[in-house]
Design a protein around this ligand. Structure first.
Ligand SMILES: C[S@@+](CC[C@H](N)C(=O)[O-])C[C@H]1O[C@@H](n2cnc3c(N)ncnc32)[C@H](O)[C@@H]1O
Length: 262
């Protein structure tokens, strides 16, 4: 495990990026993150399979989008690099695919830059999704935002509290997307397994990224009038599975969908 933090990285408070890295078996986390993650896991042991299933959903979603001809991706709330990152999947389909990664945790930049140093079709930026001008300004340095692109918001919007008006923020991003552009979202819900999901959310309270559970209806609201690809908004293991769906798919209180702007 990485115990010597890179310069400028605060290891006094757990962060969602590093806790997620821990759930996925990564090494870019610190004692404070592992302690917080263990508190989450003791409230809700299914959080680890949820993280894994969310990652698989994102990968299937990117493959689906690449097959639809998408060659530009704006991935907001990227997380730490792991296996099967967005650019690897997109560029396996089309080597010219371009990806901009955005995260507000500076540790993502440190690790992603090292991974991407030789890849001129990708860019990684430290910015906050609540500052769309900064996000889109940086993205436009690599992507042509006047042409359709895919906006990826996997497992990030639950870190935006209601007081920051996440639905208005996402509506603003939908507006910027040209017709034919796509939005991928995954998000935790308290509609299923309310007790353990609430326990997990409570355990995030003392981290840098408190989490907000939302109803499936509220999650659907992020898509506005976009046309959802089959099968719609579902627990992530049920979204276009490419292997048998686990029997405990209903325990996965992370919902996801991909929508297309009419
Ligand atoms: C659970 S990880 C998800 C990683 C990846 N999208 C995935 O689904 O595998 C959530 C990420 O969102 C980032 N994040 C949280 N709030 C954010 C914000 N306001 N702006 C940008 N990134 C944010 C965190 O730093 C973290 O890396």
């Amino acid at each position: 495990m990485a115990e010597q933090p890179p310069p400028g990285i605060d290891t006094s408070v757990a962060t969602a990026a590093r806790m997620y890295d821990y759930y996925l078996g990564g090494k870019d986390n610190f004692a404070v993150d592992r302690d917080a993650a263990e508190r989450v896991l003791s409230a809700a042991p299914e959080v680890r399979p949820i993280a894994l299933e969310n990652r698989r959903f994102l990968q299937r979603g990117v493959r689906y989008l690449a097959e639809q001809g998408v060659t530009q991706f704006l991935d907001i709330g990227t997380g730490l690099p792991t296996q099967g990152n967005v650019h690897q999947i997109a560029q396996a389909h089309d080597p010219a695919a371009r990806v901009v990664y955005v995260d507000n945790d500076p540790i993502v930049l440190v690790h992603a830059r090292a991974l991407l140093s030789s890849n001129s079709a990708t860019k990684v930026v430290t910015a906050d999704l609540r500052d769309p001008d900064a996000v889109l300004g940086s993205a436009s340095e690599l992507l042509d935002l006047s042409r359709p692109f895919a906006l990826l918001m996997a497992a990030v919007l639950h870190f935006v509290p209601d007081s920051d008006r996440p639905h208005e923020l996402v509506a603003g991003y939908r507006e910027v997307l040209p017709s034919g552009g796509h939005l991928l979202v995954s998000h935790v819900t308290g509609d299923t397994r309310p007790q353990s999901s609430a326990g997990a959310a409570a355990a995030y309270r003392n981290t840098r990224n408190p989490a907000t559970l939302r109803t499936v209806e509220q999650i659907a609201g992020f898509f506005g009038d976009f046309d959802l690809a089959e099968p719609g908004l579902v627990p992530v293991p049920r979204w276009r599975p490419d292997s048998p769906v686990p029997s405990d798919a209903e325990d996965i209180w992370m919902y996801g969908a991909v929508g297309r702007k009419p």
